[in-house]
Write a protein that binds this ligand. Structure first.
Ligand code: RB5
Length: 147
C-alpha cells in the first residue's frame, strides 16, 4: 500500500516521526512535504496529498498540521476525499471501519508521537466494513456531487 504523507510546519516533526516508523515497518510512502520547519500554508500540502489519493497514485494519506484541523478541512474540499482528524485510536479505527476514511489527519501540537504512531497503525491496518456503512458513505458522496 502506497501512503501519501504531508505536513505544514506545525506537523513537520510528527510527519518525520511517522516516516521513521513506516521505514521500520517497511511501508512505502511518498512525502509531499514540507521538508523543513519553516512556515508553509497547510492548504498547499493538503491539496497535493488529496490529489495523490484521488488520482490513484497513493491509496491512503496521512496529514499533520498544528491541530490537524485546518489541513483536514482543506483536504476534504477535494472530491472523493474523506479525511478524518483524530486524536485517539478508537476514532482512527472506526473512521476506517465505518467512514472508509482515506486520509488521517493529526495535530502535531495536540498529541505525542507515541499515540500518533498507534493511530497510524490502526488506520492502515483496518478495512472498511461496508454493508450499511457503504450506504452512508454513498450519501456523503451524493452531497458532494450536489454541490
Ligand atoms: C499554523 O500555525 C497552524 O495554524 C496550523 O498548523 C494548523 O494548526 C491549522 O489548523
Amino acid at each position: 500500500m502506497m501512503i501519501a504523507l504531508g505536513a505544514d510546519h506545525g506537523g513537520y516533526e510528527l510527519k518525520e516521526a511517522i516516516k521513521k516508523h513506516l521505514d521500520e515497518k517497511g511501508v512505502e510512502y511518498k512525502d509531499f512535504g514540507t521538508f523543513t520547519g519553516e512556515a508553509i500554508d497547510y492548504p498547499i500540502i493538503a491539496k497535493q496529498v488529496a490529489l495523490a489519493i484521488t488520482s490513484g497514485e497513493c491509496e491512503r494519506g496521512i496529514l499533520c498540521c498544528g491541530t490537524g484541523v485546518g489541513i483536514s478541512i482543506a483536504a476534504n474540499k477535494v472530491k472523493g476525499i474523506r479525511c478524518a482528524c483524530c486524536s485517539d485510536c478508537f476514532s482512527a479505527h472506526y473512521t476506517r471501519l465505518h467512514n472508509d476514511a482515506n486520509i488521517l489527519a493529526m495535530g502535531g501540537r495536540v498529541i505525542g508521537a507515541g499515540l500518533a504512531l498507534m493511530m497510524v497503525d490502526t488506520f492502515l491496518e483496518t478495512e472498511f466494513e461496508g454493508g450499511r456503512h457503504a450506504r452512508r458513505v454513498d450519501l456523503i458522496t451524493q452531497i458532494e456531487n450536489e454541490n
